[in-house]
Design a binder for this molecule. Structure first.
Ligand code: ADP
Ligand code: MG
Length: 253
């Protein structure tokens, strides 16, 4: 399963699952994931695809220690999350994981830069001059140098999402989990946001796991994983491309 075009480019596993299962229990039980085995390594950029309701967000939340599985094992940065308390999970999450969602969830009352510094404040109660400098440099890196003192409502959707990506990188995580990060953007700003993430991934050892419905963007990832019927499999990118072209032809004969 852990095959990539050039396996040596990537570092050790940053998230790993063995037989991961998830059922939501309630009036009606909803089994979602039926035994997921994946290994994502430092430096990898992995796209996750699958129909709506197939369990993509469920998986991402578990990989980021926001939720726990109902079966199987999950290792984040080599730590079996079943061994951790609530506090231990929170600490691991803050140290290892950055999240980007479809909606940016920036705080309107804070500026772009202040939003980026929030995770550092939460983690260590203070922001050093060096951390502040690094945040500014990263914002400049993604073209937000002039926006650092603006509030989210004075920025475009794409700018807000780029700010959210830098916020996700604030604590120098090992993996960024992005759940449909371009899903709420028009295709041009979506492309720009994706390109940014791919570049940040190539410039650092940070792994990115991105849920997307956008076939074109998925093609730019190192690997595409597909969730179907509660299971996950790696998709051959060339076959996937052909399937997409066939579907387009069927739609426009
Ligand atoms: P995706 O992100 O692929 O669209 P989700 O992971 O959000 O799918 O959801 C997978 C399935 O689990 C869906 O049937 C959804 O209704 C169900 N589900 C998601 N979250 C919960 C929850 N907190 N409680 C009960 N069922 C849930
Ligand atoms: Mg989802």
């Amino acid at each position: 399963m852990n095959v990539s075009v050039d396996g040596n480019r990537f570092g050790p596993a940053v998230v790993e699952t063995r037989g991961l299962r998830k059922t939501y229990f309630g009036k009606i039980d909803t089994p979602v994931l039926h035994g997921i085995d994946i290994e994502i390594r430092l430096g990898e950029f992995v796209a996750i695809m699958g129909q709506s309701g197939s369990g993509k967000s469920t998986l991402l939340n578990i990989l980021g220690a926001l939720d726990v599985p109902t079966g199987g094992r999950v290792l984040i940065d080599g730590v079996d999350i079943a061994t951790l308390s609530e506090n231990g999970l929170a600490e691991l999450r803050n140290r290892v994981v950055g999240f980007v969602f479809q909606f940016h969830y920036l705080l309107d009352e804070l500026t772009c830069l202040e939003n980026v510094l929030v995770p550092i404040m939460v983690r260590s109660g203070d922001v050093s001059a060096a951390e502040r400098e690094r945040a500014i440099r990263l914002l400049e890196r993604v073209g937000l140098g002039k926006q650092i003192d603006k509030h989210p409502d004075a920025m475009s959707g794409g700018e807000n999402q780029r700010c959210a990506i830098i916020r996700a990188l604030a604590n120098q995580p090992k993996v960024v989990l992005a759940d449909e990060p371009t899903g709420n953007l028009d295709s041009r700003s979506g492309d720009a946001v994706f390109k940014m993430m791919r570049e940040l991934n190539r410039e650092s050892a940070v792994a990115f796991i991105m849920v997307t419905h956008d076939e074109r963007l998925a093609q730019e990832a190192d690997r595409i994983l597909m969730i179907e019927d509660g299971l996950i499999h790696e998709v051959n990118k060339h076959e996937q491309r052909q399937r997409m072209l066939d579907a387009l032809n069927d739609a426009n004969p």
